[in-house]
Design a protein around this ligand. Structure first.
Ligand code: MG
Length: 279
């Protein structure tokens, strides 16, 4: 893979093969893929997907875990429903995440990514040790398949994320850094956050957003380059920390506007990338 290879985050939905074709049409060499519905986990469907990716010349750099019942409507809902932190669904989702890791391995992805949920900010929170143990179990399973587990940034502060990774004591736990999420959730300046967790970053979402204006509300996502991230500064800092992994555009809207915004972001990143690689 080329250094700072451009990529796009792809929700594969009901038609993974069509979506792969779309990535190719947009001209991306890499993709981060949302997990397709369980019916695509058959050997036949996986072989078909591998063939489509090979034909398109698209490399899968991660498979994103998603779970039934998650909602990103507002911060309290995210807290209640997202990831492996909510207790009621933890065991069943951990099993599902193990299946997703197997799927990732089978289609040739070197890692999975997960929004683990709101990791408790206080290390003496009674549920914190169980969250660490859950991460270890997932990391050990992924490790047995030769995969990394990347934690998507956003819901917690960078210092909490750093502590959580260190407490896991697992070398295959890494970070998929989404700078816009830090802003949308009001969890801290993303560029400063790299000082805490930069060494673990193996993937990134090139996404932009505006800070929330009201307590408990999410900020709002905007096209890349139009928000508060400072994307050139962000990518440059990552680069200076030694990052050469993919730059994966994420734009969480749908339809033709999504494609237009993604292509605009691609052009913006191509310029930043060329400058960094030639300098
Ligand atoms: Mg993201």
């Amino acid at each position: 893979m080329e250094p700072l290879a451009l990529g796009v985050m792809l929700a594969v939905g009901e038609n993974p093969l069509e979506r792969v074709k779309h990535v190719r049409q947009m001209g991306f060499p890499t993709v981060q893929m949302g997990v397709p519905p369980p019916k695509f986990a058959t050997e036949e469907a996986k072989a078909e997907l591998r063939a489509a990716l090979a034909e398109a010349g698209v490399i899968v750099t991660t498979v994103f875990c998603g779970f039934a019942g998650e909602s990103y409507a507002d911060i309290p809902t995210v807290r209640r429903t997202v990831g492996l932190v909510p207790k009621e669904t933890r065991a069943v989702r951990l099993d599902r995440a193990r299946e997703i890791a197997q799927f990732a391995k089978d289609i040739g992805s070197p890692r999975i990514a997960i929004h683990i949920g709101f990791v408790p900010e206080e290390p003496d929170d009674p549920d914190y040790p169980a969250c660490v143990e859950t991460l270890r179990q997932l990391a050990d399973h992924a490790g047995s398949l030769g995969l990394q587990v990347t934690l998507e940034t956003g819901q917690e502060t960078a210092s909490t994320l750093k502590r959580f990774i260190q407490d896991s004591r697992r070398d295959n736990v890494k970070v998929n850094f989404d700078p816009a999420n830090m802003i949308l959730y009001g969890s801290g300046d993303p560029i400063e956050a790299l000082d805490h967790v930069g060494q673990w970053v193996v993937g990134t979402h090139c996404k932009d957003g505006k800070w929330p204006t009201e307590e408990g509300q999410l900020g709002h996502e905007v096209p890349l380059g139009q928000g508060d991230v400072g994307i050139e500064e962000f990518v440059t800092k990552l680069f200076n920390l030694g990052y050469r992994g993919p730059l994966t555009i994420e734009r969480e809207i749908t339809g033709e506007q999504q494609t237009r915004d993604i292509l605009m972001a691609k052009e913006l990143l191509e310029g930043i990338r060329a400058k960094l690689l030639s300098g």
